[in-house]
Design a protein around this ligand. Structure first.
Ligand SMILES: [Zn+2]
Ligand SMILES: [Zn+2]
Length: 898
């Protein structure tokens, strides 16, 4: 790039070394309650991509802002280092996951340093080291002691390509594809270790209400994921229908299957239940499939729980409706899920859309038993449910003694009255299966003994370290014969180790606690310090973690609060989910070949340009398009700024402290006030727009006149500090050029005397006034103005405006006229009162007359420059009456001579 003034490579390297040397980003153990700023740690894939750069620039900029505001800051980084890609990469490259992972970490560390991210590297954690993963094992044992671990046979999602079990959350979309490789997922039955997150379902759900610093979208996704529903469980007697007993000799009794429990949220519709449905893997379905070819074929071949239409097969069984005694047909249906509710349901086609679709397809009766609430005193009208179910609550009809009841009270009564019915709560949330049949993860610390069963490895024997990598298509630890053989901790007999490893989401469920005391040898974290330093004040990462990582982290935090003395029940106070960096409206991806490499950008333009471009392009939550022109103009901006600072440093100007200087001074205050508020909200794009506007003002100032040195330097220094969180290297360089001591990274944040509201009013006033002058010049066709007079409104109009805003009287004019100093104005007061009356709803308070005068006077030079004519800002008392009539608060009168 340009070799003119801005040698970004040299500048950036120089300051990275200087920060490192001075330990600028180190957080000593003894600081009290630092501001904890954290980006979601990356998977060490070997390459930092634009998503990482955006994520970590956001945290870095915020951490730097807080540090300059005087906070102690904790801003650590680490590696989510276990996981399948390392294993696959190792196979491809004929190496092992450990070497591959550490190579990647080294590369990415360099890339992060070249971006200027200010991390406390002394706190770095790497989850694939025994130092770290022993605590996964320790936590697993603690969870086990608290009865939060369970081993059970389970139908699991199995990816045949990755040869591993997947959590529900790792199965994507309607087509049920593996989240890593997009292979269709299959079902398998395996003994699995589960963490009993469902024990915390209510706690996790209810606490969401208090997570006010989280985006609503993420809170809602967690609520839906937990999916609590209140309803009732109700028993239906299921038996073979007498007419269906063919095939087994004459006179044999119909077979009884006993009561089958169904869960429903709408027991008020039970009189309209016209069929009963079982999940394909319900024990009765499985039993029937053994004898009945049609049912077997349906279960094995046709059933598709994610299909658009509900499918099913008749069983020849009947279920007795406990409310009516009626026998209704039983189907095996694919829309009934065994892991939701009870795997059986009463179907009410008139009041449920899916049941309706199924009934239409299979010619089952659709019987309405709830009608819309009628108007007072009128009879309910039977809803038309032929084409569509009526799914809302209403009034019961055709429901025997319950007819006429509102749905809600009917639910209470029916639940109480029906034998075998009881209130029940159902959740979508499942226990968290953490068993993975892979090598590159934390070994589950269990030993299997023929006599004692599964036994926890005692704490003294932790960590259970991984053996050397075995390249196999099956479960690698199962193939590690020597490693597998051990002795039982309980009886001393021969035993084998558990060969599953943990889901890597275990690692990330508590890593934010490890940063507090990364080298601690006798506990996962220093409790006292964690109590002081936690929770994370600002967490930043991708929306794809809205459910898994963010829910598991909350779960671990709650368990640690209940059982390990942690004082915090939530890990992250504020959460920001950053948007995507796109190229021409599309997500960057290797497969589409539309990837912009951060490394190239850093080499060509420097890290500061990349960071500044990204942060000014859009609000952090929004997606935005990468633009090479945007990058170039950002680079040019930094280069110009450097030129301005160098010119100033080379020769101090000698201008007067005049009205222009006071305007510039006010603009500096204004910029600082607004930018600070925007930084505080993490709306960096707005803060940076203000900062760039100030640079433009300073440029105009120096172009227009010889600047007042102190004011001009104050402006440059403010700009440098306001840019420092986002463009830290060049900010250090310019800070030094301005002769300021120490690092800008540790300098004080600039302060302003003025608040944001007044700033905005001043600016609006000046902007409106300039606009009005342009209009007049244009409309009157003035080619060469010789003088411009700007007249501020008289004091009484400001009083009248204030009265109009505060008054709620119908007769505003009357109220105004009761003030003698307004009444004295006669017709003028009546006219202005009329205007106020008309715009009453939209009125807002302006600055006072003196402040408006001052604001306009300090901006007069801008107007003079634009119209090339002298400007006179006049108080009302010095103006002639004709002009004065047009002056209003916030809108001075204007006279132009030509
Ligand atoms: Zn897969
Ligand atoms: Zn034993």
């Amino acid at each position: 790039m340009s070799d003119a003034g801005y040698d970004h490579a040299t500048v950036e390297r120089r300051w990275q070394e200087a920060w490192d040397e001075a330990d600028v980003y180190r957080t000593p153990d003894d600081v009290e309650d630092p501001t904890y700023v954290l980006g979601m740690y990356p998977y060490p894939s070997g390459k930092l991509h634009m998503g990482h750069v955006r994520n970590y620039t956001i945290t870095d900029a915020y951490a730097r802002f807080r540090r300059m505001q005087g906070d102690d800051v904790l801003h650590p980084m680490g590696w989510d280092a276990f996981g399948l890609p390392a294993e696959n990469a190792a196979k491809e490259r004929d190496t092992n996951p450990r070497d591959w992972t550490f190579d990647c970490i080294e590369t990415m560390t360099d890339q992060m340093e070249s971006m200027g991210f200010g991390y406390d590297w002394d706190r770095e954690i790497t989850t694939c080291t025994p130092d770290y993963y022993q605590w996964n094992q320790w936590l697993f044992s603690r969870f086990y002691e608290e009865d939060l671990v369970e081993r059970r046979d389970a139908e699991v999602n199995w990816c045949p390509h990755c040869e591993t079990v997947l959590a529900d959350e790792q199965v994507e979309g309607e087509a049920e594809l593996c989240w890593r490789c997009d292979t269709p997922v299959e079902q398998r039955e395996l003994e699995q270790w589960f963490l009993r997150i469902t024990e915390y379902a209510d706690d996790l759900l209810e606490a969401i209400d208090d997570l006010e610093g989280w985006p609503n979208s993420v809170r809602q996704m967690q609520r839906n994921w937990i999916g609590r529903q209140y309803g009732a469980e109700v028993d239906f007697e299921v038996s073979e229908a007498p007419r269906a007993s063919s095939g087994r000799g004459e006179g044999s009794e119909p077979r009884e299957y006993g009561p089958v429990t169904a869960f429903t949220t709408r027991i008020d519709t039970i009189h309209g239940a016209t069929f009963f449905a079982l999940a394909p893997d319900h024990p009765i379905s499985e039993e029937l499939a053994e004898e009945d070819e049609e049912i077997r074929r349906f279960i094995e071949e046709e059933a598709d729980p994610d299909g658009d239409e509900p499918n099913g097969v008749e069983t020849g069984l009947t279920a007795t409706n406990p409310a009516t005694g009626e026998e209704i047909p039983v189907y095996v249906a694919d829309f009934v899920l065994s892991d939701v509710g009870t795997g059986a349901l009463m179907a009410v086609p008139a009041h449920d859309e899916r049941d309706h679709a199924f009934a239409e397809k299979n010619g089952i009766e659709i019987r309405p038993v709830v009608a819309p609430d009628p108007d007072d005193g009128e009879e309910p009208t039977v809803p038309d449910v032929e084409d569509e179910a009526f799914t809302e609550d209403g009034v019961l009809i055709d429901s025997g003694e319950y007819s006429g009841l509102e749905s809600e009270s009917a639910r209470e009564r029916l639940t109480a009255d029906i034998e075998g019915a009881a209130e029940a709560t159902q959740y979508q949330l499942r226990d968290w299966g953490i068993s993975r049949q892979r090598y590159w993860g934390t070994p589950i610390p269990v030993v299997h003994c023929d006599d004692c069963g599964p036994v926890m490895v005692p704490e003294a024997d932790l960590p259970v370290e991984l053996p050397e990598f075995i390249n196999t298509t099956g479960n690698p630890l199962d193939a590690a014969e020597e490693w597998k053989q051990t002795t039982c901790p309980d009886c001393g007999g021969e035993a084998t180790r558990e060969t599953d490893t943990m889901d890597t989401f275990v690692d990330s469920s508590w890593y934010f606690l490890r940063y507090v005391s990364p080298d601690l040898e006798d506990a996962p974290f220093d409790l006292e310090r964690a109590n002081d330093w936690m929770p994370v004040d600002q967490y930043v990462g991708g929306i794809e973690h809205a459910v898994m990582h963010l829910l598991y982290s909350r779960f671990f935090t709650k368990v640690l609060a209940d059982h390990e003395g942690l004082d915090h029940r939530e890990p992250f106070t504020n959460l920001l989910a950053q948007g995507m960096v796109q190229l021409e409206g599309e997500k960057m991806s290797k497969s589409k070949g539309n990837v912009v490499s951060p490394q190239r950008i850093v080499e060509e333009y420097g890290a500061d340009t990349a960071r500044l471009f990204m942060m000014q392009a859009a609000q952090p939550e929004r997606d935005f398009d990468w633009s090479e022109e945007g990058v170039q103009s950002t680079y040019a901006f930094l280069e110009r700024l450097q030129g301005m600072v160098e010119e100033y440093a080379a020769e101090t100007p000698d201008g007067d402290d005049d009205a222009i200087a006071s305007y510039v001074d006010a603009e500096i205050d204004a910029t600082v006030a607004i930018a600070t508020a925007e930084y505080d909200d993490l709306t960096f794009n707005k803060a940076l727009r203000e900062t760039q506007d100030l640079v433009r003002t300073l440029r105009q100032y120096v172009d227009y006149t010889e600047p007042h040195a102190e004011t001009y330097e104050r402006g440059l220094s403010a700009v440098v500090r306001l840019l420092a969180p986002v463009a830290p290297h060049i900010a250090e360089e310019l800070h030094e050029t301005l002769g300021d001591d120490g690092f800008v990274a540790e300098a004080e944040w600039p302060t302003a005397e003025i608040d944001r509201d007044r700033v905005e009013k001043r600016r609006q006033l000046v902007e409106n006034t300039r606009e009005d002058i342009r209009d007049i010049v244009e409309v009157a066709g003035i080619e060469d103005p010789t003088g411009i007079e700007v007249v501020v409104a008289p004091d009484w109009k400001y009083d009248a405006l204030e009265i109009a805003i505060e008054s709620d009287a119908d007769n505003l004019i009357g109220e105004l006229m009761s003030e003698s100093h307004i009444r004295e104005q006669g017709d003028a007061a009546a006219d202005y009162g009329q205007d106020l009356q008309v715009e009453r709803e939209a009125l807002s308070m302006t600055l006072g007359p003196d402040e408006e005068h001052a604001a306009l006077e300090s901006a007069a030079w801008l107007i003079e420059r634009e119209f090339d004519a002298p400007v006179d800002v006049v108080h009302a008392v010095d103006a002639d009456e004709g002009t004065l009539a047009n002056a209003e608060p916030g809108r001075p009168a204007i006279e132009i001579d030509d």
